[in-house]
Write a protein that binds this ligand. Structure first.
Ligand code: S3P
Length: 176
């Protein structure tokens, strides 16, 4: 029972897809941002404004380290988790890395709703910032075992496609 680890930019649907996948697979759902918030008793945006991004990244890596030995979980990660290859090494040891992609314009529209909770997008031109961050993160996305562009898909289709691909990988591994 490998974990299913959801990677991807803010607004690509990791939390919604993750919760639904956890139900479908009867796995526990874990959200790394939530783990950090529970541990620090602070919101992610507060950690960014009070301690800065580097401190947040350290907390994020600690959360990954603590989760590394778990199995049978769906883990929804913060969008920047891919920036540290050690995070991906640990998550991939017991997990299948699933990358959710989206066109920048779709991300822009989706993140409008909770704009105040997205410290990295507090910029004069958030769409350009999304494009810049996506380009910066592109090389790290190649680590994913499964990639899906969710821009034009509904939640249930995304979940079913991931389920099919995960079962395919697990089938391949059990007969290897
Ligand atoms: C971040 C994404 C956020 C959160 C933090 C930084 C990023 O998580 O971890 O604001 O660097 O892309 P979500 O992707 O769950 O919104």
């Amino acid at each position: 029972m490998k974990n299913i680890v959801l990677l991807g930019f803010m607004g690509t649907g990791k939390s919604a897809v993750g919760r639904r996948l956890a139900t479908v697979f009867h796995y526990q759902f874990i959200d790394t941002d939530q783990v950090i918030e529970e541990k620090t008793h602070k919101r992610v945006a507060e950690i960014f404004s009070e301690q800065g991004e580097e401190a947040f990244r350290r907390l994020e890596s600690e959360a990954v380290f603590d989760l590394a030995e778990r199995t049978g979980c769906v883990i929804s990660t913060g969008g920047g988790i891919v920036l540290d290859s050690k995070n991906l090494d640990l998550l991939q040891k017991n997990g299948i890395l699933v990358l959710l992609r989206c066109r920048p314009e779709v991300i822009f529209k989706r993140v409008q709703k909770r704009a105040g909770q997205r410290p990295l997008l507090q910029k004069a031109d958030p769409l350009s910032e999304i494009k810049r961050l996506l380009a910066e993160r592109e090389p790290f996305y190649r680590r994913a075992d499964i990639t899906l562009d969710t821009s034009d898909m509904n939640l249930e289709d995304v979940v079913q496609q991931i389920k099919r691909k995960v079962l395919e990988i697990e089938g391949r591994e059990s007969t290897a």
